[in-house]
Design a protein around this ligand. Sequence first.
Ligand code: GDP
Ligand code: GDP
Length: 437
Amino acid sequence: MAKQVVAVVGRPNVGKSTLFNRVAGKRISIVEDHPGVTRDRIYAEVEWLNYNFTLIDTGGIEPESKETILSQMRRQAEIAIETANVIIFMVDGREGLTGTDREVASMLRKANKPVILAINKVDTKEHSPYYYDFFELGMESMVETSATAAYNIGDLLDEVVKHFPNPDENQEEDDVIKVAIIGKPNVGKSSIINKILGEDRVIVSDIAGTTRDAIDTPFTDGEDHYLLIDTAGIRRKSKIKENIERYSVIRSFTAVERADVCLLVIDAEEGVTEQDKKIAGYSHENGKGMIIVVNKWDLIEKDTHTMNKFTKEIRTELAYLHYAPIIFISALTGQRMNKLLETIKFVSNQNAMRVPTGTLNEIIGEAVLLNQPPSDKGKRLKVFYGTQAAVKPPTFVLFINDKELMHFSYLRYIENQIRENFGFEGTPIRFMLREKD
Ligand code: GDP
Ligand code: GDP
């Protein structure tokens, strides 16, 4: 099941950010510690009961924008409707119902998505003085919350996860490789898709469970089934102007969530942008396979060093994606397009690869012998053994004597040893540490 996305919509100052900070979870994985991932309050990973989901803040006023609150709210609502599985609509319980709230509610009601009304700033056990007014909005469920006092936040999340599909029922087909094509407008995403589809590949129209979006294109190549998730298509369908970066980033998130492999498309003439970094960071954190695609390679004047120079720059800008293959293509001339499809299949397999515990422990054992673990105040880190607990992304549990003694750099070293032996090219790897005596 693709990870669920929950969007928070609401007027400025009702308490969206406060809620956000309350529920943003800490990740167990210590690999999260990497520098370079842009932290931004656009999204947070939330764990509640047995669920993990992504919370998106659709708010945030663009500094250069001269829009009225109402048109900003329309935009927020539209993007929430487009990207989220469940929407939290937050209002101010101390201020009461406003005209803007009514407008937003009417948009949300038409969308046919579950909406939960959070009446915030209700800091005592008493109802908001305007509680009964809010019934007018016709929302299916209403929860009174206090984001500052952390009151009823659990009830709110309970209501949210109620609307998630039962994980046993909603299995998307597993033999389909889902590919998200992400990147700024005009880098060539549509051209790449057309090129991929243009060859002898068969476009299949009706694979059960994969046709949830008109812009998804399923196709087969020999025995292999693929699904292309096109964020460019979403843009064209939408009435929203794409000059607001935040919104285009949020849209890409949803595509990334659903994908196995992400193609981050970069314009060779433009290089890596801030927006690329955000989306790439999100893909990394969500454990997706990643290929960095430098497109429009035909426009670059080349000598023998050009490709190396480009590679170096990208490795510096997107340091945490050290595992991602970089491929230089031209969707216009078709250069290396065949290689691209091959790489997608390869990375998808690497992302789903499971390695034998015996071999893994031989490698860990050797690594520890070769490079002594760190120590502190006379106590030395011991790595007893490891096992691969999950795939997509490959996740390793390491049993050690003391978590405090594990350094990021030593974990990175073990990661490198594992990669040297098994590959895992194109996929992030996660570690979980367990203490035992
Ligand atoms: P946003 O613009 O919707 O993200 O709103 P913020 O989260 O920035 O909150 C705006 C103001 O309302 C801040 O001063 C918060 O401290 C305050 N606030 C947020 N939630 C509550 C709440 O539950 N009770 C009270 N009394 N104040 C709150
Ligand atoms: P999207 O917005 O990312 O989907 O980008 P498009 O596929 O619409 O491409 C934007 C522009 O770049 C179009 O004018 C394309 O013809 C052009 N373009 C796309 N790929 C290439 C390429 O490899 N080389 C050159 N020279 N132009 C390209």
